[in-house]
Design a protein around this ligand. Sequence first.
Ligand code: BGC
Length: 369
Amino acid sequence: MRKGMFALAAAGLLATGSMAACGDDSGTDPGSTGASGGAAIGKVGVILPDTSSSQRWGTDDPKFLKAAFDAAGVTVDIQNAQGDKSQFQTIADGMISSGVKVLMIVNLDSGTGKAVLDKAKAAGIATIDYDRLTLNGGADYYVSFDNVKVGELQGQGLVDCLTEDKAVKPVVAELNGSPTDNNATLFKQGYDSVLKPKYDDGTFVKGPDQSVPDWDNTQAGTIFEQMLTENRNIKGVLAANDGLGNAAISVLKKNKLNGKVPVTGQDATVQGLQNILAGDQCMTVYKAIKQEADAAAGLAVALAKGEKPTTATGTTKDPESGADVPSVLLTPKSITKATVKDVIADGFVTKEAICTAAFAAACTEAGIS
Ligand code: BGC
């Protein structure tokens, strides 16, 4: 499976146009366009959520999306709402009035996401939920990973690390993602399906279990500090992404417990991969963002050309509306110290970014040459 997935991701597209639009939070910048499309081809608007809950939104997604649209010769306006829901709506209004033919969003919550999708639809604009499903949102398409599978990999990763550590009845703390992100619900569904049987048969002990509003890393640190103060015996941490994991690791460091308490993650961020190499993080989940961006851009390009996309062969049931949303769902991959090199080989991160002086020895040890 790994080979197939990586081979797919390796079929690369080259970035050709300007990156000026990426990460632009200036609202309705009409200059933020990419390669010029033909007159008949519509423009695409993309709204990303923030630049603080994960490295991906400020760095990886805009880069890969821009490259995919540029390669197709379709004009794209990529903006980031910086975690601000009213800014999200302002950006959407600007894109809608600028005449985009397709709007792609990563919602900040389903309510504001739905409001934007409704407006777009009323203006005859095709809509795509990117990465996060907007509950009851009625988007035309959804592109993401198998998010329950992401959670299963996290749960299994923690089980593997605790087993390797020969932990006896370890207390496990859960630091969940934002309660307003449907993905966080799916991740939890996945890891709890692995952990609950362990709690039930007494192999593991269920410890504190809390959601982190807006995936806020600072709040995650505060929450985990509280958890550890109330339960010094925490022996494993299921953190839903690398940012939350790093927040827990920082607290563990202060208590000289880092490396002794396995912590999970997600997104294969530079920081997460370095935490893995340092022995402070047990695993991460790599989601090949390039594949996700290519899949979403592929749908958007077809729609911008007035064609019916043929690539959304799956469906996702919206649990609120009951609608079956045509979907592309990709496969995530578990990464441990031994496989950090696979993320580099896939071109998602560079050896230079990961193997800085402080990590040089660990990189050699992990077979990163
Ligand atoms: C994404 C994750 C990300 C998290 C926080 C989720 O919806 O799937 O990749 O870490 O949001 O931004």
